[in-house]
Design a protein around this ligand. Structure first.
Ligand code: ASP
Ligand code: MG
Length: 481
C-alpha cells in the first residue's frame, strides 16, 4: 500500500518545556490533544518539563568534576519534580511512579559512571539528557490513557535516525521515514496518539544522539516531513513570532504570517521562538507550521507559509549578544586575502564553528566574521594551528577577537528591492549615537545584519523597530521600487 494513505490530514503537535512544565500544563496539553483528536489523526512531540534539560546537564557537569553531593541533589530534584507531576496527574498510580523511578535510575546510573570516570563522553551525555523527554512523554501518554485517549509513549531514538554528531546530530531522512512508517504509522492508523520524545534520535547502529538545545522543534518537523503531515503546530508560551523581543521593545506586535525563509532567518539571528533548523525539512513539501501559545488558546498564533502574494517589507528585528567578532588581516602582499579567507573558512568548517556574519573590505583584504561566544576557543585553536606558519612569519597580523559586540538583524522578504530601507535603518541607529562596526546584507536582501557595540545593542533594536514601524503591522508594507 502507498505509504501515508491513511495518514491524510495528520496533525503533528509539539509541546515545549513550559507547555509541559507542570501537571496543570500537561492537563491543558491533554485538552488540546483531545480537541484535535476528534478532528484528525495526531502525533504529539514533547520537550522535557521546563528547566529539566538544564538540570540534567548541570548534574552531569558536576559529576565530571567529582561533586558527589551535587549529583545526589540533582537526581533527587529530578525524581521529586516528576513524582509530583505524576501524582497530581495520575494519583497514586504505581505504574506511573515505577516508570519515573526507572528513568531516574537510568539517569543516575549514567551520572555515577561519569562521576567515577571523571569524564563526560558526549554519547553518554546524549543518552542521559534525553531522559528528560522520556519522563515527560511517559507522564503525558499515561495521563492521556487515563483520560480515555489511546496514547503511546515513543522514544525518539527509535524513530529518528541521525548521524553520529553527538550533541548536535542531523537526521537521515530516508532511514527516519522508514522507521516512522514502521513504528508510528500503524499506531496512528489504529487511532492511537504517539507521544514522541523530542530532542533525541539514534544513529543507524543504535547509539543515542540529540539534535542540539531546543531540538524538539526540529524533531517535530522531521516527523512532519517524513509522515507527510498536513500541518505542524508548535505550542509555546508566547503568542507567536513577534516583531522584536518583547523584553527589549514595548510595542511589539505578533506577526500573523511569515514565510519559511523569514522565520528561519529570525531563528538563526536570535529569535528564541523556533529552533533554527526546524523549517528546513518542511520547505520541500510546503507543510504549514503554526506557532501557538498554550497559555492563551484564544490567540491565533503565527502561521509560517512558503510565500506571500504581496511583499510585506521589513517584518522583524532580532538581536544576539553572546557573540564575538574575529578580525584577520594579512600583514603584507605575500599572503593574498582570498587565500587567507579560504584557509580560515576551511579551518572553521573543520572545527564545526558556524559563521553568523562575514564581511570583508578594502584592497588590503582584511575580513571579519561573527561567531558564537562559546565557539571562540575552538575557532581560535583551529585558526591559529591552521595558520601557524603565517602567524609566526608575520604574514598575518595577530588574530583579533572582540567579545564586546552584538548583532542586530532586520528581516523581511519584502525588503528586496526596497530602496532607502538600509539607509533608514543605518540612520535610525546612528541617531542613537551608535557606531556601526560591520554590516552584512546578502544578495537575497532577506536580512540586513548590523554589528554594534554590545552596550548599544538594545537601543539600536528599539530604534530600528521604531523607524520601520514594525509594531504597526499594517504600516510596514513598503512601496516597491
Ligand atoms: N529539552 C531540550 C532543551 O531544552 C529540547 C527542547 O526543549 O526543545 O534543549
Ligand atoms: Mg524550545
Amino acid at each position: 500500500m502507498e505509504r501515508g494513505v491513511h495518514l491524510k490530514n495528520l496533525l503533528i503537535m509539539k509541546f515545549g518545556g513550559t507547555s509541559m512544565g507542570s501537571a496543570e500544563r500537561m492537563r491543558v496539553a491533554a485538552d488540546i490533544i483531545a480537541g484535535q483528536k476528534k478532528l484528525r489523526p495526531l502525533t504529539v512531540v514533547v520537550s522535557a518539563m521546563s528547566k529539566v534539560t538544564d538540570l540534567l546537564l548541570e548534574t552531569l557537569r558536576r559529576a565530571e568534576v567529582g561533586d558527589k553531593s551535587a549529583v545526589t541533589a540533582g537526581v533527587a530534584a529530578l525524581r521529586a519534580r516528576h513524582l509530583e507531576a505524576s501524582e497530581q496527574l495520575l494519583g497514586k498510580s504505581a505504574a506511573a511512579a515505577q516508570d519515573v523511578e526507572a528513568l531516574v535510575n537510568e539517569f543516575q546510573r549514567i551520572a555515577n559512571g561519569i562521576l567515577m570516570l571523571g569524564e563526560r563522553p558526549p554519547r553518554s551525555v546524549d543518552e542521559a539528557i534525553a531522559i528528560g523527554e522520556r519522563l515527560s512523554a511517559t507522564l503525558l501518554a499515561r495521563f492521556l490513557q487515563a483520560s480515555g485517549i489511546k496514547a503511546l509513549a515513543v522514544n525518539g531514538g527509535e524513530v529518528i535516525v541521525t548521524d553520529a554528531v553527538f550533541g548536535n546530530a542531523s537526521p537521515q531522512m530516508e532511514a527516519t521515514r522508514q522507521k516512522c512508517i514502521a513504528k508510528l504509522a500503524p499506531a496512528i492508523e489504529e487511532g492511537i496518539v504517539p507521544v514522541v520524545t523530542g530532542f533525541n534520535g539514534a544513529t543507524a547502529d543504535g547509539r543515542p544522539t540529540t539534535l542540539g538545545r531546543g531540538g524538539s522543534d526540529f524533531s517535530a518537523s522531521i516527523l512532519a516531513a517524513v509522515l507527510d503531515a498536513q500541518e505542524l503546530w508548535i505550542w509555546t508560551d508566547v503568542d507567536g513570532i513577534m516583531t522584536a523581543d518583547p523584553r527589549l521593545v514595548k510595542d511589539v506586535a505578533v506577526l500573523d504570517e511569515v514565510t519559511y525563509a523569514e522565520a528561519a532567518e529570525l531563528a538563526y539571528n536570535g529569535a528564541k521562538v523556533l529552533h533554527p533548523r526546524t523549517l528546513a525539512p518542511l520547505v520541500e513539501k510546503q507543510i504549514p507550521v503554526w506557532s501557538k501559545n498554550s497559555f492563551a488558546l484564544d490567540k491565533p498564533g503565527t502561521k509560517i507559509v512558503s510565500s506571500f502574494d504581496e511583499p510585506k517589507g521589513a517584518r522583524a528585528v532580532t538581536s544576539m549578544s553572546d557573540v564575538a567578532l574575529v578580525s584577520m588581516e594579512p600583514a603584507n602582499a605575500v599572503l593574498s586575502g582570498t587565500r587567507l579567507m579560504a584557509r580560515a573558512l576551511d579551518a572553521l568548517a573543520l572545527a564545526n564553528v558556524e559563521i553568523l556574519v562575514l564581511t570583508s573590505s578594502s584592497y588590503r583584504q582584511t575580513f571579519c566574521f561573527l561567531i558564537r561566544k562559546h565557539d571562540v576557543t575552538s575557532a581560535m585553536e583551529a585558526l591559529e594551528s591552521n595558520l601557524s606558519i603565517e602567524l609566526a612569519h608575520g604574514y598575518l597580523r595577530p588574530i583579533e577577537v572582540d567579545g564586546n559586540v552584538g548583532l542586530l538583524a532586520v528581516v523581511g522578504e519584502g525588503m528586496r528591492g526596497t530602496p532607502g530601507l538600509a539607509g533608514r535603518v543605518f540612520t535610525a541607529i546612528s541617531r542613537e549615537n551608535t557606531n556601526i562596526i560591520a554590516i552584512a546584507q546578502g544578495s537575497s536582501e532577506l536580512t540586513i545584519g548590523i554589528i554594534v557595540r554590545l552596550d548599544m545593542l538594545d537601543k539600536a533594536v528599539r530604534a530600528v523597530h521604531e523607524e520601520c514601524q514594525l509594531g504597526k503591522i499594517a504600516a510596514v508594507a513598503e512601496p516597491r521600487a
